[in-house]
Design a protein around this ligand. Sequence first.
Ligand code: PTJ
Length: 245
Amino acid sequence: MIPKSHPRYVSLMTRELIVEGVRKGITSTQGLIAQGRGEAFDYLIGEKSTQSALAAEKVAAAQLLLAKRPVISVNGNVAALVPAELIKLGEIVNAPLEVNLFHRTQERVDKIIKHLLSLGAQNLCTGSDALIPGIDHERSKVDSKGIFYSDVVLVPLEDGDRCKALVGMNKTVIAIDLNPLSRTAQCANVTIVDNIIRAVPNISKFAGELKGLSKEELKEIIREHDNKETLSFALNEMKKTLDLL
Ligand code: PTJ
């Protein structure tokens, strides 16, 4: 039992969610390592949403609202950490959730789908009848009416070649990744360098606020965004934390 008074309560409870995800068969054991890597980067941004993260989260909300066929990709880590929050975001921006795993087993896909349904998810893409070209591993398997057909995809938390392949398919990719140097972070159209536990509620909040804007106003928010600049701001924010030590 972790007491609420513990100075690292939130971080420790987040870790517990991942451990619980592994116990339930939702999260891969490799997911534990991914979480540890994320924690290290989270330390470097002060475990809070930085200015550049908030700006990227607003752009992500605008992209999702403007999309014709947005999809939210779900893996074993995010299914353990923010399932209800992803369902809520999907409802706000009218995007289905699609389970897409790197360490894919049909058993784990089914368990994650069941988990999302038990939390009230109503809009799910569950097929795996299409392949993302250029990927030689299991993450290439997608739903022909979901990720394959989408124009904007939110890919939380992965370090792989799928992001590049999706960009190659002319999709707009929004990545959430605490590591600004990862391949996914570097090749996404919009990179949010923030912890998923803060990023998803922030995107939902911005989407709620921006919902009344016109298409032109949303496009203007997107036009002002420069992802290279966002990544360099994120690295600078990390450097500032180190300089303070
Ligand atoms: O469930 P699966 O089989 O699809 O596997 C999911 C993982 C995450 C295990 C798989 O995609 C993987 O191995 O990812 P990597 O290569 O470890 O990359 C994960 C990235 O997410 C790293 O850059 C981490 O810094 C980052 N990360 C980890 N935890 C968080 C995070 N970013 C945001 N919020 C987090 N909580």
